[in-house]
Design a protein around this ligand. Structure first.
Ligand SMILES: O=CC(=O)O
Length: 333
């Protein structure tokens, strides 16, 4: 009997212990125990050696990395929902399959989106800071102090009504918001009915009419700076903007300008254009109470990360067994 050689799997970041243990059982796995982000040179060395690369959103697997891949590299099994960090077209040209980990982080991301939708108008961050930054300084309840804006009864405009956008809509409806959405295509009538959702073919028209905008579309060339300076100017000065998708969907410099000029009431951001660098002007706006900033943690739950690991393992095993992996990402998606 011949034992099949285990595939060499290179994992770029530290994963939950349970996932790493399983990977070591199943594969010839190279782990990243100290979790230091890999340099481009390290990624190139990895693709020249490994059969499977498991990157995350912090690794830029661009055309130059893919061009350097050896003939043995046949699969990039990303530990992520988004795949904007991978040049999927370049991979396809080289005959490399790309997979991701959809579905398992939908609800977690929608929870955090809802948390930001609540936190910004209701001044949650500012309120919490009163008690911790100046202990003992709180003078007590007052009828006119720390007033935010009501959420119930307002309109939310969801940009991107995929899995996460729909999960946000369900939560928003439960909080008494009326649901408006813009998407490349209309969602099915049953979902629209359930959510009592209004579809806007024109993003511009929707933006001008809603109180809270939630960005839930992927980052693609078509959505780069979708919220441009021109579109941001369409928002009402009382509107709030929340982004848990990708930083580059919003023109961040234009957003900062709008916020500083009072053309927008506030923003809640979990993602940034130049992550992990955060524009100091945003930090200043956060200190002034106009924005709530989170360090890209919308999908960060223990359960979610283990589920993502399971998906990566299933994708690798299915592929190695010669079948089409369940979460294949096609170019131009
Ligand atoms: O942002 C996180 C992901 O795409 O998995």
């Amino acid at each position: 009997m011949t034992t099949k050689k285990k595939p060499k799997v290179y994992i770029t970041r530290k994963l939950p212990d349970a996932v790493e243990t399983r990977m070591r059982e199943l594969f010839d796995a190279e782990l990243n125990i100290d979790d230091a982000p890999r340099s481009k040179a390290e990624l190139i060395a990895a693709v020249q050696n490994a059969d499977v690369l498991v990157p995350t959103v912090t690794d830029r697997i661009d055309a130059t990395v893919i061009e350097e891949a050896g003939p043995q590299l046949k699969l990039i099994a990303s530990f992520s929902n988004g795949t904007d960090h991978i040049d999927v077209e370049a991979a396809a040209r080289k005959g490399i399959t790309v997979t991701n980990t959809p579905n398992v982080l939908t609800e977690d991301t929608a929870d955090m989106t809802m948390a930001l939708i609540l936190a910004v108008p209701r001044r949650l961050g500012e309120g919490a800071r009163v008690l911790t930054d100046q202990p003992g300084e709180w003078a007590g309840w007052s009828p006119t102090w720390m007033l935010g804006r009501r959420i119930h009864g307002k309109r939310i405009g969801i940009v991107g009504m995929g899995r996460i956008g729909t999960a946000v809509a369900r939560r928003a409806k439960a909080f008494g918001l009326s649901i408006h959405y813009h998407n490349r295509k209309r969602v099915n009538p049953a979902t629209e009915d359930e959510l009592e959702a209004t579809y806007w073919e024109s993003l511009d028209q929707m933006l001008a009419r809603v109180d809270i905008v939630s960005i839930n579309c992927p980052s693609t060339p078509a959505t780069f700076h979708l919220l441009s300076a021109r579109r941001l100017a369409l928002l009402q000065p009382t509107a709030y903007l929340v982004n848990t998708a990708r930083g580059d969907v919003i023109d961040e410099a234009a957003l900062i300008k709008s916020l500083r000029e009072g053309k927008l009431a506030g923003a809640g951001l979990d993602v940034f254009e130049n992550e992990p660098a955060v524009n100091p002007k945003l930090v200043k706006l956060a200190n002034e109470g106009k924005v709530v900033l989170l360090p890209h943690m919308s999908s960060a739950t223990i359960e979610g990360r283990i589920d993502m690991g399971d998906k990566v393992i299933i994708n690798i095993r299915t592929f190695i067994d010669g079948h089409r992996p369940p979460n294949r990402v096609l170019p131009g998606r």
